[in-house]
Design a protein around this ligand. Structure first.
Ligand code: TYD
Ligand code: MG
Length: 457
């Protein structure tokens, strides 16, 4: 038998781009320093385990496809169902990415518990924790269904056999970076292993009509392939984010073949697992100081739901030649741009001041509609005048200092009204869509200058 030749290839860890030589910058995704070296045996990767059996297939007419095939299964966690687009689609593959320790395993175990309790056959495969550890986590979360099946395994061949034998309705793979195919020489977590594992699982999901959740750790560390590589292979990509120190967590859909993206689910990590936060605005605003300058409530629309957030700015005289600026929870360059607009269009001498901008609660908001909030928070701190606690603001700010229209103005105002705000500073151009709204004072503004004049009296 001829000896199999192995070859060395380089993969981009971000996007999976393959190259025969190392490159500093990936030509596909333009990221720097993302190439890792891996040894693959061409004959074997070409004939991975999922290529083994091939059945005869024939095309189906569009009209013959019954719609019930996309029936969704509720996980019993409302926030997760929302992000998934209404529940789990049969035969779909969902990737949940996030930093280690953010709560991916906890969330999935909770979902598995509910699904098993609802009579579904659920198989939870962990390559990271022992059965005892999973049991300990389950104890914290509370009552576990007896019918939930657990397996600790990392060998892809065994996993494939088990799934084929058990034929669960829902299967969880925690995490994809620990799974390996013994026919591939590179280490678990490498790009080729991760890709092979995902490919195999995808075949199982589609072939056996099983919904599979895979967990992927996001890391730029050299040894582990980032789940970015898999994003184009799976049906749905969810990212679990949040400050590990703070207790809330946000689940965000960045790709969804069966629902809208940018939908968010908000959770709080408690002693007994993750609890849903059905009204994130109230949660984000709890602890807002009263009557303090530099604090403004803005509104950002995430997916289909408005979220009120507190923006804080602290502007103080600089001790150095170069003023210091920081932006936590929003785009740093955007903050710099807004400060330049304030300086040029509103005569605020910000060049001599340090500025620290923070979205309270640690949540990240990059929607342009928070521009006006950031600008007013800076102006409020600069002038040391507080903005009323019962006022919300939203609007995009342009380079000439104009306040531009934003989408979903009505739902933003409705949310503010619901939470007891009495005034909303809104873009003039949005006024037409806000005609029918009563019970809250609308302050239309066309420029940041007018907004400052109206609000910082
Ligand atoms: P985990 O789900 O293991 O994270 P991941 O799978 O994303 O790596 O979550 C681990 C963290 O959550 C850990 O720091 C402990 C904390 N935690 C709680 O605070 N309460 C709980 O009930 C559980 C199960 C975990
Ligand atoms: Mg985990």
């Amino acid at each position: 038998m001829p000896k199999l030749k192995t070859k060395t290839v380089f993969f981009c860890q971000e996007c999976g781009y393959e190259s025969t030589k190392w490159m500093g910058q990936c030509p596909a995704c333009r990221q720097w320093n993302t190439f890792v070296e891996e040894t693959v045996s061409p004959a074997k990767t070409g004939a991975g385990i999922h290529h083994g059996s091939r059945e005869k297939v024939k095309p189906t007419r569009m009209n013959d496809i019954s719609m019930t095939e996309t029936a969704r299964t509720k996980t019993g966690i409302g926030e997760l169902d929302r992000v998934l687009g209404g529940g789990i689609v049969r035969g779909s593959m969902v990737l949940i990415g996030g930093d280690p320790g953010i709560g991916k395993s906890t969330l999935l175990l909770q979902a598995c518990r509910n699904l098993a309790a609802a009579g579904k056959q659920v198989l939870y495969i962990s390559g990271e924790e022992s059965l005892q550890q999973i049991r300990m986590r389950a104890e914290r979360i509370g009552d576990m269904s007896d019918s939930l099946l657990l397996l600790t395994e990392t060998n892809l061949g065994t996993i494939k056999e088990t799934i084929e034998e058990v034929k669960p309705d829902i299967c969880v793979i925690d995490s994809i970076q620990t799974m390996y195919n013994e026919e591939i020489t590179s280490a678990p977590g490498s790009v080729s292993q991760v890709r092979e594992a995902t490919g195999t699982l995808m075949m199982l999901a589609k072939g056996l009509d099983i919904s599979i959740f895979i967990v992927g750790h996001v890391t730029k560390d050299g040894s582990v392939a980032g789940p970015r590589v898999l994003e184009h292979m799976v049906d749905t990509v969810l990212y679990f984010e949040g400050d590990r120190q703070a207790s809330y967590r946000i689940l965000r859909a960045v790709k969804n073949r069966f629902g809208s993206t940018n939908e968010i689910g908000v959770f709080e990590m408690r002693e007994s697992g993750l609890t849903e936060v059905p009204n994130p605005s109230e949660y984000m605003l709890s602890g807002k100081p009263e009557g303090a300058s530099g604090s403004v409530v803005a509104c950002s629309v995430e997916g289909s739901r408005p979220v009120l957030i507190e923006i804080q700015a602290l502007v103080c005289k600089t001790n150095f030649n170069l003023p210091k600026r920081t932006a936590a929870g929003t785009d740093y360059n955007r903050v710099n741009l807004l400060m330049a607009v304030l300086e040029k269009r509103c005569d605020l001498q910000l060049g001599y001041y340090d500025a620290y901008v923070n979205i309270a609660g640690g949540i990240r908001m990059n929607e342009p509609a928070v521009d006006l909030g950031i600008a007013l928070a800076i102006a409020s701190s600069y002038q040391d005048k507080a903005i009323s606690d019962r006022t919300i603001v939203f609007g995009e700010v342009g380079l000439s200092g104009e306040v531009r229209a934003v989408s979903g103005a009505d739902i933003r105002v409705q949310e503010a009204k619901k939470l007891g705000f009495d005034t909303a500073v809104v873009p003039q151009a949005n006024m037409r869509s806000l005609k029918g709204i009563t019970g809250i004072t609308l302050v239309p503004v066309d420029s940041i200058r007018t907004a400052i004049r109206e609000i910082l009296k």
